[in-house]
Write a protein that binds this ligand. Sequence first.
Ligand code: CA
Length: 359
Amino acid sequence: MTLFGPDNLPYGVFSEPGHERRIGVRLDDVVLDVSELLPWPSLNPFLALGRPEWTRIRGEIRSELRRWRQIALGAVELHMPFEVADYTDFYSSEHHAVNVSRILRPGEPGLPPQWKHLPIGYHGRAGTVVVSGTPVRRPYGQLGPGLFGPAQRLDIEAEVGFVVGTPGARIPTTAWRDHVFGVVLVNDWSARDIQAFEYRPLGPFLAKSFATSISPWVTPLEAFADGKPPEQDPQPLPYLLPPGSGLDVTLRVEWNGTEVSRPSYNHMYWTAAQQLAHLTVNGAAVRTGDLFASGTVSGPTQTGSFLELTENGTRPVRLGNGDERGFLEDGDQVTISATAAGAEGGTIGLGPVSGTVCP
Ligand code: CA
């Protein structure tokens, strides 16, 4: 069974040595050069075409797979697939929110009072969203009163990201597929010591803005089967209904080559349709190239951050080579990949998004 067969066909931007960037489509272990159809060095002009053209062009690529020049995946360099316009990160896993509260704020209520009324999010830094493979430099910051230095508690957040194609404001949940082109995997690198000192009352700032990695491949929404919608109590306000479908995605987190977690997106409380509706309900418009991420994907047993996995570093995990880790050390590599239920009944692959920490 192949995870990148004709029912998947994610888009990316590649170059061969000495050549310009081109748009390509991944098929198994080759890149199909579709620059004849999509003659741009970035996906943004394609994203701007809208749902009917996205569907038509995918159909044209699929119907004539042998028409496209093939280049071995190992022979190309992969680049940022699109220019990120604005970047928003949500916080939509109830399991993650409760775990973080228990670990960082023991004795306080598990969920903020508004958490089940609206999808909480913050505006991230679009300019430091980087493609998989980009080294991640350990950030400096204030780690406590009078304490400045490199972050000691560097962490990951495994997330699912949504790429906006068609601009819009006040987008109803029923229209999210007209606006969202596809899905990337996201690693929202997080410095927990910087975060713990800075985040109240306005949320994360420098703890996360130094780097956010995304996969080089953007999987079109058409490739996914609908997942089951979440059960929500209390019932959200009308602008957040109907909730829209979930996505049946299972992430896989590897730390220096050892699988340490397999969190499932099925447990998320808020859907992408609700996040987009909330993001734009006040009249704020999304633009072509906007990226919004799900928030850390954690479930009842499998978690998408090392803060949760190691109980804030107090329960180190043992990696395959015998090393024990609480948080990230210099030289560590994290790779997030995923599988999802495909629209045509099979399983499709996503990602990977990988990054290595440097001092
Ligand atoms: Ca996050």
